[in-house]
Write a protein that binds this ligand. Structure first.
Ligand SMILES: NC(=O)c1ccc[n+]([C@@H]2O[C@H](COP(=O)([O-])OP(=O)(O)OC[C@H]3O[C@@H](n4cnc5c(N)ncnc54)[C@H](OP(=O)(O)O)[C@@H]3O)[C@@H](O)[C@H]2O)c1
Length: 242
């Protein structure tokens, strides 16, 4: 039987790279995003357009995309947004809530749906970030969302006894998120010095393309199972070459 993977946020960046990688590995790929996964002509790619900030649309979208699927091998809860880089005291609650809706609460709805369907999932990866555990100035909404995502992962792990869950920091990846962070007209490095590291990394092996990052991630997936379910793993702590 063909293997299958479900990837949220597969219209660009890491999710698009994972889509290409798993198609090349012969998987059926099920994706979800607002823009849709365009530019790939492959019968094994199925996707649905859904805005994860609109919570009431998530279940109908999952029904339509995965309703006829009886087994999923892998799930990547990858869709995410950065929010504004701004001091936390200057960040209004209204600006934090949409980041939480997409990066955290949409994933709760998806995890509940998947669990109820009993799809025999082997591994679920919640794409987290180093920002979940590092409190750099300016990363308020994003850090809060990824820290909460890590806890969501820990809380769900025992309620998914037959599935391995992991919150994974994928390392730096050259995506649209970095376009914003690395643009001096959009983020002031004097005010938010942590972005200098990203600007230095861009164009080097420390910030791979989405396809390269996806290949590394797919390569380490079996080894991630060596960690207890519910762990937070930073891919930079793994030897991705072996
Ligand atoms: N890039 C990095 O260096 C880096 C580092 C650490 C962690 N991450 C994490 O990696 C994941 C992927 O990010 P990326 O860097 O690949 O960024 P990206 O290129 O901006 O991709 C984000 C994806 O999320 C989807 N998405 C965003 N809002 C959505 C919504 N309301 N409804 C449905 N889908 C939505 C986007 O699709 P649509 O716009 O089509 O909806 C897109 O496919 C994120 O969770 C991010 O936090 C990235």
């Amino acid at each position: 039987m063909k293997k299958s993977v479900f990837i949220t946020g597969n219209s660009s960046g890491l999710g698009y790279g994972l889509t290409e990688e798993y198609l090349s590995r012969g998987f059926e790929v099920y994706g979800l995003s607002r823009r849709g996964c365009t530019g790939i002509d492959n019968q094994a790619l199925h996707d649905v357009r859904c805005d994860l900030s609109q919570s009431s649309t998530i279940v109908p979208s999952l029904d339509s995309l995965l309703g006829a699927v009886s087994r999923l091998n892998l799930v990547f809860l990858n869709a995410g947004v950065l929010g504004e880089i701004r001091d936390i005291a200057d960040t209004a609650l209204e600006d934090i809530l949409p980041v939480m809706d997409i990066n955290v609460w949409a994933n709760k709805i998806i995890l509940d749906w998947l669990r109820a369907r009993e799809l025999g999932i082997e591994q679920i990866v919640l794409i987290s970030s180093g920002a979940a555990v590092n409190s750099h100035k300016g990363w308020g909404a994003y850090s809060l969302s990824k820290a909460t995502l890590n806890m969501l992962n820990q809380l769900y792990a025992p309620e998914y006894p037959d599935t391995h869950l992991c919150a994974l920091a994928p390392g730096l990846i050259d995506t649209a998120m970095q376009d914003h962070l690395c643009n001096p007209n959009e983020v002031d490095v004097d005010q938010y010095p942590s972005v200098q590291k990203l600007r230095n990394a861009r164009g080097t092996d420390s910030m791979p393309t989405p396809r390269t990052a996806a290949r590394r991630l797919a390569h380490v997936m079996p080894r991630i199972k060596d960690y207890p379910s519910g762990s937070f793993v930073d891919i930079r702590t793994l030897d991705t070459a072996s």
